[in-house]
Design a protein around this ligand. Structure first.
Ligand code: FES
Ligand code: MG
Length: 574
């Protein structure tokens, strides 16, 4: 590795110049307990850590940061750990999606305002991955992402349990009277057995796989189980690597190109991954000033099959995927659709990175001749109910519902839906199309994961397990069913979803990529004239800023002032 001259490092402005400020910074670094020879002239590496006591998916990251620092020291860098906001999918209400952009802002501003030459980003629970990468992309320093890693497979009696998916399944079984409190208490102990992110191909695994496909992690990093010793080794190797990247001045913008984003989309679709990735990848690409639209997902979906046999769509869990070869082996099955000449943080080209990757279990990572589905896992719908698009994970739906016309039963908000879904006077049958509104980016706010609306109890008892459901909400990556999501524009801002009335016929036709409200235009115009915007949900605070700045689902739900192009002055210029 050829070292960059110290005066070329960004941190040199803080430490290496003649003025009073550099003197003060050096004196304060002595105060921190470091000798001059331990840090002067070395790349300063910020280790951004989303660890917290409340976040079970990241609770091991306090230790992992030590491994990263070990790697940085060994390679001749100077590591400094920064605690940043933790986004716990489980505990943060109303939804961590409300705070994705806040962590992105924090990431960007920390990296910019401190003497940082490169960054290692530690995260993985759902929104943490896009948030950290959005912020880092906006600053455009060299960076390596360290995925938190999946937790161990769940167990109950003789069953292997998957995060989320099995929680919903057994909750429905309890509601249907098939199991009781004793079984639920046992399940509580078995669903999540170790630190780490959800071990299905839910949102966390989808986004960490996307990060690896983008080329911002070490090869294979996204599936290393959180508590495996290999996770420590991967963290240390990431620390070593970032020092090299700083010396080579390999900035994120060299990695996060249009080709890389297209490959991440192909990866997510071939994994049968979470619909949340659609929003996050569009937002991340926006920060890289790379155009990426909903239609790119639909176009690429038609070119890739689903090859990962992972829950919730398939059978296996992330640990199986890891030992089947992980993402390098998976991507090696897709080389005809990938851009192999682009660089990654680990190799000069993706081609080099994938050389030698082998599938060790063709049941988990299927060959092209035996896909789980012929086309990628997400379809983009258009029609008079969603002029700016909507998405459906059709591979997680019951096939007979993929073309369906039924009468709507409309719920104005989630609480009303919860309270009344079992009310017999609503006349809900298996053919009903359940509609939930005011659950979008502004209306939710934060697009909570309400999109898998519950099946009413009386239908569950009759054995109905899927219905057509439509909302401007998102859905957990571990959910399933015929759920049309991300309807844009959302109802809260007057999108057509606001105009639906119970009894209106709605037609979903996934093959035709269409979602239609079968109501004449004149009637919709009349209803629109009667519609008035709901009052603002937040009068002050972060929520008010969020409501003012949030963009719609089809453009990634970033803040308008963060996603627009433009220059930000270097902090040392001012
Ligand atoms: Fe954190 Fe699923 S709850 S990854
Ligand atoms: Mg989730």
């Amino acid at each position: 590795m050829s070292a960059r001259p110290p005066e070329e490092l960004r941190s040199h402005q803080w430490y290496g110049t003649d003025g009073l400020r550099s003197f003060s910074h050096r004196a304060r670094t002595r105060q921190l307990g470091y000798l001059p020879e331990e840090h002067l002239g070395k790349p300063v590496v910020a280790v951004l850590n989303t660890w917290s006591d409340i976040n079970p998916c990241h609770v091991h990251l306090r230790d992992r940061a030590q491994a990263v620092k070990r790697g940085v020291w060994q390679a001749g860098g100077f590591p400094l750990e920064f605690p940043v906001s933790t986004l716990s999918e489980t505990f943060q209400k109303p939804t961590p999606m409300l705070y994705r952009n806040m962590l992105a802002m924090e990431t960007e501003e920390l990296l910019r305002s401190y003497p940082v030459d490169g960054a290692v980003l530690l995260g993985g629970c759902d929104k943490s991955t896009p948030a950290l990468l959005m912020g880092a992309a906006s600053v455009d320093l060299p960076a390596v992402f360290v995925p938190a890693g999946p937790m161990l497979p769940g167990h109950w009696r003789n069953e292997v349990l998957g995060s989320g998916t099995d929680m919903w399944k057994y909750w429905d079984d309890k509601r249907a009277g098939l199991i009781g409190d004793a079984e639920m208490a046992e399940l509580e102990n078995g669903l999540a057995r170790s630190p780490g992110t959800c071990m299905t191909m839910g949102t966390a695994s989808t986004l960490t796989a996307a990060a690896e496909a983008l080329g911002v992690t070490l090869p294979g990093a996204s599936s290393v189980p959180a508590v495996d010793s290999g996770h420590d080794r991967m963290a240390a190797a990431s620390g070593r690597r970032i020092v090299e990247l700083v010396h080579r001045d390999l900035k994120l913008s060299r990695i996060l190109t249009r080709d890389a984003y297209e490959d991440a989309v192909a990866t997510v679709l071939a994994l049968g991954g979470s619909t949340n990735a659609v929003i996050h990848l569009i937002a991340m690409a926006g920060r890289s000033q790379v155009p990426l639209a909903l239609d790119d997902f639909d176009r690429i979906a038609r070119t890739v099959p689903v090859l990962a046999n992972l829950r919730p769509g398939g059978q296996y869990l992330m640990e199986d995927f890891h030992f089947a070869g992980g993402l390098p082996a998976f991507l090696a099955r897709l080389t005809d659709v990938l851009h192999l000449d682009r660089p990654t943080v680990a190799h000069d080209s993706l081609r080099e990175q994938l050389a030698g990757a082998r599938v060790h279990n063709p049941e988990v990572i299927r060959p092209r001749s035996k896909p789980l589905a012929e086309e990628g896992g997400v379809a983009v719908l258009r029609g008079n109910l969603c002029p700016d698009g909507a998405v459906i994970k059709h591979i997680a739906a019951e096939p007979h519902l993929l073309r369906h016309t039924g009468p709507a039963v409309v719920f104005d908000d989630y609480r009303t839906m919860q309270r009344t879904i079992n009310d017999p006077s609503l006349g809900i049958t298996a053919d009903t199309v359940l509609v939930l509104r005011n659950a979008g980016p502004k209306g939710g706010p934060g697009m909570p994961e309400y999109g898998m609306l519950p099946i009413p109890d009386h239908l569950l008892k009759e054995g109905v397990r899927d219905m057509v459901r439509i909302s401007d909400a998102r859905m957990s990556g571990t959910s399933y069913g015929t759920c049309v999501l991300h309807v844009a524009p959302e109802s809260y801002v007057g999108g057509p979803l606001a105009l639906v009335r119970s009894g209106d016929a709605i037609t979903l036709d996934v093959a035709a990529r269409s979602l239609r409200l079968d109501v004449p235009d004149e009637e919709l115009e009349r209803r629109r004239a009667e519609w008035s915007p709901p009052p603002a949900k937040y009068e002050r605070g972060y929520g008010a800023l969020y409501s003012e700045q949030i963009t719609q689902a089809d453009t990634g739900c970033d803040f308008a002032f963060l996603s627009r192009p433009g220059e930000v002055p270097d902090p040392y210029a001012g």
